[in-house]
Design a protein around this ligand. Structure first.
Ligand SMILES: [Zn+2]
Length: 409
C-alpha cells in the first residue's frame, strides 16, 4: 500500500527514454516526436488508473479522477515534461511522475474524496521551442488567446497552433480555467539550487516565488589614451562600473532577511581595447526577493550607489528598466497543509522561496497554489548532471499524496 518507489523509477526511465539527444542529456521540445511519445506514456498511465483524459486549451493534458462531487472545484497537481536543450531528467518530470503515483495510489486504494483530482502536464513551460515561457498555463487561464498561439513561432517559423496540430494533438476541452474551477493546485518540482542539498533537508515548502527587478545600466566616461592620460584626469567608465558591481553584491548580502540575491550577468565595454581607457560600459543588474519591500529597497540602494559613484568620478549614467515582475505569494493554507504532512512523517523540511519561475507562478490568478521542492544534487539543473535521489522523490510523493488527499476531502 502507499507510494511505490519502483513505479516512480519506471516512470522516470520511460519518459526520459524519449530524448532528441541520447547520451547528451534530455532534449524534449514541446510537440516534438519525443515529447508526444513521452506524453502518450503519461496518457496510458492515466487511462490505466481510470482517469478521464482530456487535452485542454493550450495543449495541456489533464487526467481527472472523479470525486463524490462531480461538479465541484478540483484539486490539481502536476508539472511539465518539456525540457531545455540537453537538460536533465528531473526538471518537470519529477512533478509529473509524483502526480501519477499519487493518482495510482488513490485509485487502487479506492480512497474517497469529494473534489475531483486533476493530474496535469502543462505544455511549453521552458520556452525552449517557442521562446516564451509557460505558454500552456497562460493559454489555459486566458492570458494568451488563439491569435497569440497562431502568432508565437519557433525558429523554423512554425506557429504554436500549427505545431500542436501537426503533432496530432486535438483539443477536446476548450474551456478556460477560471476562478472557482480549481480549489487548490500543488506542484512538486526539483529545487534547482543548493539550499536543500547543502542543508540536509529532504523537502522544501515553498512560500512564494521571487519577484525580479532587472535593469540595464549604461555609464559614459571619456575614452582616452591609456599611456598619456594621468590617473587623476581620467573618467574611466569601467572603473566606475567595477565599484558599482561590487556594491551590487554588497547590497544583496547585507539586506536583512537574507533572501535577496543580486547578479551582474552581462557586461559590455567600449572600445574594449587594452590601450584605451574605457569610455562606455553597459551592464545588467538582476535583483530577486520574495518580499516586495526588500526588493524595492535593494533596487533603490543600488541606484543610489550608481548615482554616487558617477558623481564622484565625473561619469554620466542611464538606467533602463528591463523587467519588473512582482513576487508571487503562495497560499498560506497550503503551506500549512504541506508542513503538517512533512512533520507527521518526520521529514526534515525548510520553508523557502522559489528562485525560479514555474507554472505555479501563473495559477495564483485563479486559485490557491502551493509548491513542494525536492533537493537537486549539488544544486545542478538544466544540465545532464541534474539529479534527485529516489528516496527524496518518494518522500516528496508521500507529502504530495497526503496534501492532495487532505485538500480533496
Ligand atoms: Zn521546471
Amino acid at each position: 500500500m502507499g507510494i511505490k518507489v519502483e513505479r516512480i523509477e519506471k516512470d522516470i526511465e520511460t519518459i526520459n527514454a524519449f530524448t532528441h539527444t541520447p547520451g547528451q542529456g534530455i532534449t524534449r521540445f514541446t510537440f516534438s516526436e519525443e515529447y508526444i511519445k513521452a506524453r502518450e506514456y503519461v496518457v496510458e498511465e492515466l487511462h490505466r488508473m481510470g482517469a478521464r483524459v482530456s487535452t485542454c486549451r493550450g495543449g495541456n493534458l489533464r487526467g481527472r479522477l472523479e470525486g463524490r462531487d462531480a461538479l465541484g472545484p478540483s484539486v490539481m497537481t502536476g508539472s511539465h515534461i518539456d525540457s531545455v536543450f540537453q537538460g536533465g531528467r528531473f526538471d518537470g518530470v519529477a512533478g509529473v511522475v509524483c502526480a501519477l503515483e499519487v493518482g495510482r495510489v488513490l485509485s487502487e486504494e479506492r480512497q474517497e474524496h469529494r473534489h475531483p483530482i486533476d493530474l496535469v502536464v502543462f505544455a511549453e513551460e521552458e520556452g525552449s521551442r517557442f521562446g516564451s515561457i509557460m505558454i500552456g498555463s497562460r493559454a489555459w487561464i486566458g492570458k494568451l488567446g488563439e491569435e497569440d498561439l497562431a502568432r508565437i513561432k519557433d525558429r523554423e517559423g512554425i506557429s504554436y497552433l500549427q505545431a500542436m496540430e501537426g503533432s496530432g494533438l486535438k483539443i477536446d476541452d476548450r474551456k478556460l480555467l477560471k476562478p472557482g474551477d480549481v480549489k487548490a493546485m500543488i506542484e512538486l518540482h526539483i529545487e534547482q539550487s543548493v539550499v536543500l542539498d547543502s542543508g540536509g533537508f529532504q523537502i522544501g515548502v515553498v512560500e512564494g516565488i521571487n519577484g525580479i527587478k532587472q535593469f540595464l545600466v549604461s555609464l559614459r566616461g571619456v575614452a582616452n589614451h591609456a599611456g598619456a592620460t594621468p590617473m587623476a584626469l581620467r573618467h574611466d567608465a569601467l572603473q566606475g562600473a567595477a565599484r558599482i558591481m561590487s556594491a551590487v553584491e554588497h547590497v544583496a548580502a547585507r539586506e536583512p532577511g537574507g533572501n535577496t540575491v543580486a547578479t551582474v550577468g552581462f557586461v559590455h565595454c567600449e572600445p574594449g581595447q587594452a590601450n584605451v581607457i574605457p569610455g562606455k560600459v553597459e551592464f545588467t543588474v538582476d535583483i530577486r526577493d520574495l518580499d516586495p519591500k526588500r526588493l524595492d529597497q535593494a533596487a533603490s540602494r543600488i541606484s543610489e550607489e550608481i548615482r554616487k559613484t558617477c558623481t564622484e568620478r565625473g561619469l554620466t549614467f542611464e538606467i533602463t528598466p528591463r523587467s519588473d515582475t512582482p513576487p508571487v505569494a503562495l497560499s498560506r493554507d497550503i503551506v500549512t497543509v504541506i508542513e503538517e504532512a512533512a512533520a507527521a512523517r518526520k521529514i526534515r523540511y525548510l520553508k523557502m522561496p522559489s528562485g525560479a519561475l514555474h507554472d505555479s507562478s501563473i495559477l495564483p490568478e485563479i486559485t490557491e497554489v502551493g509548491m513542494i521542492f525536492v533537493p537537486s544534487k549539488e544544486g545542478r539543473s538544466h544540465c545532464p548532471e541534474e539529479f534527485t535521489e529516489i528516496d527524496d522523490l518518494a518522500a516528496g510523493a508521500e507529502i504530495l499524496l497526503d496534501s492532495v488527499t487532505k485538500l480533496a476531502l
